[in-house]
Design a protein around this ligand. Sequence first.
Ligand SMILES: CC(=O)N[C@H](C=O)[C@@H](O)[C@H](O)[C@H](O)COP(=O)(O)O
Length: 234
Amino acid sequence: MSTLSSDISDRLAGGLIVSCQAYPGEPMRDPRTMAQIARAAVIGGAVAVRLQGIEDIRAAAGLDVPIVGLWKDGDADVFITPTLDHARAVADAGADVVAIDGTRRPRPDGLTLAATVAGLRDTHPRALIMADCGSLDDAIASEEAGVDFLGTTLSGYSGEREKTVGPDIELIQQIAKRCTLPVIAEGRIHSPAHAASARQAGAHAVCVGTAITHPSTITGWFVSALADVSGELA
Ligand SMILES: CC(=O)N[C@H](C=O)[C@@H](O)[C@H](O)[C@H](O)COP(=O)(O)O
């Protein structure tokens, strides 16, 4: 592990990364809004923030925590920072850690994951790389490809694993046991208890998005709980 990588890894250790994302067409889809949410998360104790899109990453510059940046683009299966050009643009925008698709699926630019990692290292040696994986085999391949962090982001979304209710604790355990790199647990961590379980399962850090930064979904959780009670009372 390089000095740079171990510095950031130390800052993330045991901590919470907050993913601040609004989806196309949503009212909060605005870089200034996302930067404000990111600042609020830092005040709450986040050790890093995860931001989607070049403008959102730029808008969050100057925060006192590392930025994990990604760029969701395209209609292909591989859409999280899908190509080397996307990865370079995310690094140029100011991300300390570039999150890229870490699955073994074909990438839109035809490069392998290893070639993508090597290409980014060539032009942006200071950028660290997080592989967003969907399975243990993805994580093993990503580690071999030379990334810095292994995320469970795509578990339940890449076709290799069931979409668990809550985090995929089994996958976190499998990766932590089999791989050497730090694991970032991400995906459907919907409560502090989920976050604690992910950490206990071997995660180096835990990334939460929806449950902190997506008010429409959170509102929906409350609305359906009330609807369930109304059904029982009827
Ligand atoms: C699968 C995919 O596209 N995941 C994205 C990755 O950046 C985001 O939409 C998620 O919100 C993020 O991973 C955090 O997960 P959760 O929102 O479940 O806490």
